[in-house]
Ligand binder design. Structure first.
Ligand code: ADP
Length: 604
């Protein structure tokens, strides 16, 4: 029966001990980051297991002992233990440090030490001190003290000893848990940072508006780093100084005093950071010597600043600044984040500059091109007048107005006339093109009949087709609505297409077609000529573009006809395209609105 009773007691005690440990772990879990309640719980449980009311729990970092928890001690004693202390010779702590399992002694044994004296003075008679060890290192200790001059029982010692071992595990767990929480928080922060960086990256690549990029960088970084304010400055080479671009969290007064301030690179933290190409921490702005920027910052209530230089490959571009009301350095992860953001900002600044340069160049080019068109338009006009005179006099000569011409000079005169006409056609083309380019060609809109227009082109070109022995036909639908547009220009386009078809086709046929659908009509010119290779189909609509082969060279021409046709069609809201297979012929297709709107002119 005795044996049984002992077993039952032991089991109950073991159970109690386990519950105590579990309770301590529970406290650890519910008090994130803060270990004070954990230490209180450890000491309270240890004491309750062996029925003690007073004692302490101290931690040791290898140099100092510091109180973690105190129970049932008078104020004065608690206070004297409250001061961190070192290992002193002859103290019980020294015995634990030497490796003793525990110290169990009358308190008078340590009356020579400061704390020992205080314990005796407080009326405690017996001390039990148990080490907390990991491997061989002393992490701290738990004490139980009592006024009654009776030693602790072996059972009490054993209980406290085994709980001390558990406490070490609990502390270790708490430490790991704390670290885990910190890592999780860090991870959360890095996710936030990544989000911010991608947001800024997007701003950099999607907008060329530098201000909006810099203000995104600034607002988000102030918000993320918990700073109170921030600013971006740009560096101007002309006066070797920094000038405010954007600010977040600034008072009106600060904004006003810094807005027109020139912060010289020679006497500012920004200049220093730029010269070193590294961030600078101003843990306490008031410690710096007095400069306008420093004084304004202090007056606005900011004490600390982080200055990150914006440095491009060739030069200093500016600086990014974070400000805080509380003095002290910014944490390293903030510095790292700001450096990344700074390099993103540098990218944005460079993009914006490149874009500005590009826009300027385009503007210059545009102007040059306008001058060229203007010049061509004027020149063509000046060339036409004397050329018309030459052609006119040549005609008069050929017609015998100045007396009958002998055959030989007459032949020469005819060659002059042919070449003159060719030159005139060329000048007219160039003039058309130049006028279109200079925006001087205006449409004259009128009602017209498509079939009539086609027939007039047929009449004009029939003799050319007949001369080459080509079959020549126009296929027109019975009914066609009256069209509205620049009939003269459309007929010029059709003449050009039919002219080309006849010019390049040596055998077979040329056929003109017309059709209406969906408010548009289509004019087609089909031939059985050489056809146009895929690679040339776009190109021939460009100015002075001809297919490079002997056929084209033999036919002559300027390479301007299709370019002019395309512009004239597009001016009226239409399109022109070609379908072709080499060796089988080509079909040019012009599509135009039945009613050309007035506004098309403006578009040209
Ligand atoms: P040009 O006829 O004065 O050379 P165009 O601009 O009218 O100028 O035509 C450009 C080039 O397109 C021509 O030189 C010729 O190489 C090609 N081309 C135009 N129409 C045809 C066609 N119907 N068949 C084959 N090639 C053509």
């Amino acid at each position: 029966a005795m044996e049984n009773a002992r077993l039952i007691t032991e089991t109950r005690e073991a159970l109690e001990q386990q519950t105590a440990t579990a309770e301590v772990l529970g406290v650890i879990n519910s008090s994130p980051g803060d270990l004070a309640p954990v230490f209180d719980a450890i000491l309270a449980k240890a004491h309750s297991l062996c029925g003690v009311a007073s004692g302490t729990f101290l931690l040791y970092d290898g140099e100092f002992f510091r109180v973690a928890a105190v129970r049932g001690l008078p104020e004065a004693l608690a206070e004297s233990i409250g001061q961190p202390f070192r290992l002193s010779p002859g103290s019980p702590q020294e015995r634990l440090a030497r490796g003793e399992r525990f110290v169990h002694a009358p308190t008078t044994a340590f009356a020579d030490t400061r704390i020992g004296r205080a314990v005796v003075d407080a009326g405690f008679n017996v001390l039990l001190m148990l080490p907390l060890r990991r491997d061989d290192a002393l992490l701290g200790y738990i004490t139980a003290v009592r006024r009654e001059a009776r030693p602790f029982s072996d059972k009490q010692i054993a209980l406290l000893e085994s709980f001390a071992a558990q406490a070490v595990i609990a502390m270790e767990n708490a430490r790991l848990l704390g670290e885990l929480r910190e890592r999780t928080a860090e991870l959360g922060r890095s996710v936030e940072e990544l989000k911010l960086l991608s947001e800024v990256g997007q701003a950099v690549s999607s907008t060329l508006d530098l201000r909006s990029v810099l203000s995104t960088v600034l607002t988000r970084s102030v918000a993320m780093t918990g700073a109170d304010a921030g600013a971006v400055f740009r560096h101007r080479r002309a006066d070797r100084a920094f000038h405010l671009v954007e600010a977040v969290g600034w008072s009106k007064a600060l904004l006003q005093s810094v807005r027109d301030l020139r912060v010289p690179e020679s006497e500012s933290a920004m200049g220093e950071a730029a010269a070193k190409r590294l961030p600078i921490q101003l843990a306490d702005v008031s410690r710096r010597s007095s400069y306008p920027m420093r004084d304004a910052t202090l007056a606005a209530g900011f004490r600390a600043a982080l200055i990150v230089p914006l440095v491009g490959p060739e030069r200093v571009l500016g600086a990014l600044i974070l400000m805080r009301r509380a003095a002290g350095e910014f944490p390293p992860e903030t510095v790292r984040l700001m450096q990344t953001l700074a390099s993103q900002s540098v990218l944005a600044i460079q993009n914006a500059r490149l874009f500005r340069e590009l826009a300027e160049k385009s503007e210059e080019l545009e102007l040059a091109s306008q001058h060229k068109s203007q010049f061509l338009a004027n020149m063509s006009h000046e060339l036409r007048t004397p050329l018309n005179a030459i052609l006119g006099y040549a005609e008069l000569l050929v017609d015998g107005i100045y007396g009958e011409m002998p055959e030989k000079p007459k032949g020469v005169l005819e060659r002059i006339q042919n070449n003159g006409r060719h030159l005139l056609a060329l000048i007219n083309d160039v003039l058309d093109l130049a006028k279109i380019e200079a925006g001087q060609l205006t449409l004259s809109l009128e009602d017209y009949s498509v079939p009539e227009l086609v027939r007039s082109v047929v009449t004009a070109t029939e003799p050319l087709a007949a001369a080459k022995g080509l079959k020549f036909a126009a296929l027109l639908p019975d009914e066609m609505p009256t069209a509205h547009g620049d009939a003269r220009r459309i007929s010029q386009v059709l003449l050009n297409l039919v002219g080309n078809a006849i010019k390049f086709t040596d055998a077979g046929e040329v056929e003109i077609g017309a059709a209406v659908a969906d408010g548009h009509f289509t004019l087609t010119v089909r031939d059985t000529g050489p056809g146009i290779a895929e690679a040339d189909r776009e190109r021939i609509f460009g100015e002075f573009q001809q297919i490079d082969n002997s056929n084209t060279r033999r036919q002559g021409g300027t390479g301007l006809g299709l370019a002019i046709s395309k512009r004239m069609v597009e001016m009226q809201g239409g399109t022109i395209a070609v379908e072709s297979a080499l060796g089988e012929g080509s079909t040019f297709r012009v599509t135009l609105p039945v009613h050309v709107e007035e506004r098309m002119e403006a578009a040209a």
